[in-house]
Ligand binder design. Structure first.
Ligand SMILES: Nc1ncnc2c1ncn2[C@@H]1O[C@H](COP(=O)(O)OP(=O)(O)O)[C@@H](O)[C@H]1O
Ligand SMILES: [Mg+2]
Length: 241
């Protein structure tokens, strides 16, 4: 069982945003996806969730080719995501943000509310239930976005820079939550994150993109030892450092 990109390519007009990207996320695993700005990280998430059709290659869910499914169908198939900006339903309170998503996934209203309460409680943010989503502090907004993505018990969760703008302590709390999502709920997570230290602390396996291509994959030691990674992040001057 796995969610995978297989030799995926994406072209925007003449611009090649992704070239021959292959990556795999298994249930219960947290895979890190890192790379400089513009490397193609969000485009990978967009392809895996049906927001962007690949121009080459495939999206595979348990071996089935889902490359042509729209976002809502992939969500129902068990692939959930968060966005770089929270994108909560601003006019609704926190509970309804989750419950409406549940109804959209086919749950009855009461079931959806019940599940929403259970997930907020599991994360430890049940006190936020009746707060308007629009006024939430940044870190709460992020956690609510993750809670909403867990409605319907997805098997895979793709997190696009969930710790952006957080303090070290807040990022550590978030890392703990991501470990629990994988460990306790068995969800396969793909974590896109600028904070490389955070990624290496959470992910047993990391994929590094640069210029739309995979330039390195491996465990923490392999990433830290990689000259290609150093050069991608620091420029070729890194050799001198
Ligand atoms: N819809 C689009 N149309 C044209 N170019 C795009 C589009 N989306 C992304 N790009 C370009 O593709 C490249 C990769 O973008 P993105 O996946 O957002 O990178 P990252 O998330 O790693 O910062 C960037 O050069 C970006 O400008
Ligand atoms: Mg991005």
């Amino acid at each position: 069982m796995a969610l995978a990109l297989e030799h995926a390519g994406v072209a925007f007009g003449g611009f090649q945003a992704l070239t021959d990207v292959t990556l795999t996320v298994e249930p219960g695993q947290v895979v890190g996806l890192i790379g400089p700005n513009g490397a193609g990280k969000t485009t990978c998430v967009n392809v895996l969730t049906g927001f962007q059709r690949p121009t080459r290659g495939r999206v595979l869910l348990d071996g089935r080719d889902l490359s042509r499914l729209p976002p809502h169908a992939l969500r129902r198939a068990g692939v959930a995501r968060t966005f770089q900006a929270g994108r909560l339903f601003a006019g609704l309170d926190v509970l309804d943000n989750l419950a409406c998503t549940g109804v959209g996934l086919g749950l009855r209203r009461a079931q959806a509310e019940h599940q929403a309460e259970a997930i907020l409680d599991w994360i430890g943010i049940d006190a936020l239930q009746s707060r308007p989503a629009a006024g939430l502090p940044y870190t709460d907004e992020r956690r609510v976005a993750i809670a909403r993505a867990l409605i319907g018990d997805p098997r895979y969760l793709l997190l696009d820079e969930p710790a952006a703008g957080m303090s070290e302590k807040e990022a550590e709390d978030l890392a703990a939550l991501i470990r629990r999502i994988a460990g306790e709920r068995g969800v396969g997570c793909l974590l896109i994150e600028h904070n490389v230290g955070l990624v290496l602390s959470v992910c047993a396996h990391v994929v590094v993109l640069d210029g739309g291509r995979v330039i390195e994959t491996g465990d923490k030691a392999a990433i830290l030892a990689s000259r290609a990674v150093r050069e991608a992040y620091l420029g070729s001057d890194a050799e001198a450092a």
